[in-house]
Design a protein around this ligand. Structure first.
Ligand SMILES: [Fe+2]
Length: 509
């Protein structure tokens, strides 16, 4: 059954619940099932939002709560006490998806706060808050959202999320590395020292991450839009069956634990991930999938000094410049082209997990680049920049994560170009907790003089970005936390940058 059909028929299900499912719900209750992962919401549109929860006896007990599907009631209200009810229905927690519940609640009003909860028999979930997007045609004077990425459990606590309590943002955009598959120890330990090798392993890893208190509070407070980077599901475009099988497991567990609309097919290594949103006339947001269709990142690995920067930065080679190389794959490139061509929005945002900005580094006289980023796909990047130029796209802005550093730049075509020739500006946000070790930081630091389009680079601080968008100005606040080695760190604004409407180049605020 398609999810949308289920949602449309939710009222019917309430009126005539199947006896079998009701019995299974009783069985689940008897087994001690509850909501140890609390609740979350995500993928907001102007009239819908996905509500999420997952039934379990405890966060570290992932044995099925029942043999079959379980009915879970949901409720959406205008108030925190859930007295002014807007919508209600029944969601199905299916065993094949780990008894997770995803309800796509439609027919909501745009740009509005809602509160919601789930109920299983007499067991009530915590109450979550969510928000719809403004309608695409709304005249918006101001819009605010947060951007996060990279939360390594072992590297630190996720308390940077608590800084958002004072932000008055409409949603959280998560650019990936929601989980990490390996760690070398740190302030706390993964449940296993080894990387997930199957679906249950991935489920246990996600379950662990969901127990971080600040992350839980953030999910209860704001809708998320989540995309995936390399640590969520390692594999790039490949024919290797073992890798594809692992990717299928990673995708399924990711779906089971995320408030997202599109389910993967069971055991399928394919999942629809890209998203586009129009937020008033102010903002067109494009979030492509930068992993699933990506050509190899290791194309220059053979000539690379593996002892330099852990082999993460590679010696530039001709193969990486090939015209046919792609991070997005042809269908997504066409999708993005169409979005750039047809946009009427004041600000046009490409949120792509990895940085767009060219960055040339030197190692013993040789040119090195971070080929996992857009620097490994320069022909495709040039095509996107060509489109931005050709269509005279209004105020293009790139957003990325991945490098656990705050990096603010103007996206020139080639490193060393005059920053005045830049076609867009980019904000790369630092990590929630993941560290950027010195062997990676030093080559970037040393390369700054040769890359004058990089306006700011800082890698020791953890945190997130706060974007405030008005007709006249884009403001990015670098929100950083004072410590992450224990809970309780406090967030403040480290510094701010602006892009003025119609002007090229980012400036310190
Ligand atoms: Fe990361």
């Amino acid at each position: 059954m398609k999810r949308r059909h289920f949602v449309a028929g939710a009222g019917l299900a309430l009126a005539a619940p199947s006896l079998i499912i009701r019995n299974v719900a009783a069985q689940a209750l008897a087994s001690g099932a509850g909501f140890p992962f609390s609740v979350a919401s995500g993928d907001p549109t102007s009239d819908a939002v996905v509500l999420w929860t997952k039934l379990a006896r405890a966060a570290d007990d992932l044995t099925p709560v029942a043999n079959g599907s379980v009915e879970v009631e949901w409720i959406v209200a205008n108030d925190e006490r859930l007295t002014d009810i807007v919508r209600r229905g029944v969601g199905i927690a299916r065993p094949e998806f780990g008894h997770s519940v995803h309800v796509d609640v439609e027919g909501l009003q745009p740009d509005r706060w809602y509160w919601y909860a789930f109920r299983l028999g007499g067991e009530m979930s915590p109450v979550g808050r969510t928000r719809t997007l403004p309608s695409a045609s709304a005249a918006l004077s101001r819009f605010r959202f947060n951007v996060v990425s990279c939360q390594h459990w072992e590297n630190g606590y996720f308390d940077a999320y608590d800084g958002m309590a004072e932000d008055d943002a409409s949603f959280v955009l998560h650019l990936g590395d929601y989980i990490y598959e390996v760690g070398r120890g740190g302030v706390r330990s993964h449940e296993s020292k080894t990387a997930p090798a199957n679906l249950d392993d991935y489920r246990r890893r996600h379950a662990l991450y969901k127990t971080d208190a600040a992350l839980r509070r953030a999910h209860e407070r704001l809708p998320f839009m989540v995309t995936l980077d390399n640590h969520d599901a390692l594999t790039e475009n490949t024919d290797d069956m073992a890798k594809l099988k692992l990717r299928a497991a990673a995708y399924q567990a990711w779906y089971e634990f995320q408030p997202v609309r599109n389910a993967p097919l069971l055991s399928s290594p394919a999942m629809p991930i890209l998203r586009g949103r129009d937020i008033g006339g102010l903002l067109r947001l494009s979030i492509p999938d930068t992993r699933q269709f990506k050509d190899s990142e290791s194309v220059c690995a053979a000539g690379t000094d593996r002892n330099f920067a852990f082999g993460v930065f590679q010696k530039a080679c001709e193969a990486s410049e090939a015209a046919g190389r792609s991070m997005l794959g042809a269908p997504q490139e066409t999708w993005l082209d169409e979005r750039l061509k047809t946009s009427q929005a004041r600000w046009n945002v490409l949120a792509s997990t990895v940085m767009m900005t060219p960055f040339d580094m030197d190692h013993e006289g040789a040119l090195y680049r971070y080929l996992q980023s857009w620097d490994g796909y320069p022909a495709e990047r040039a095509r996107i920049l060509d489109q931005i130029e050709k269509y005279r796209v209004s105020n293009p802005i790139a957003i990325a994560g991945d490098i656990h550093s705050n990096l603010v730049s103007d996206v020139v075509r080639r490193a060393g170009d005059d920053p005045k020739t830049a076609l867009m500006s980019e904000f790369v946000g630092t990590s929630i907790s993941s560290l950027w070790p010195e062997p990676l930081a030093k080559p970037m630091r040393d390369a700054l003089p040769a890359n004058p389009h990089i306006r700011h680079y800082e890698y020791t601080r953890r945190g997130y970005l706060r974007m405030t968008v008005t007709e006249d100005r884009w403001t990015t606040d670098l929100r950083t936390i004072d410590f992450t080695d224990k809970p309780g760190g406090k967030v403040s604004t480290d510094r701010s940058f602006v892009v003025e409407n119609g002007q090229t180049g980012v400036k310190a605020a």
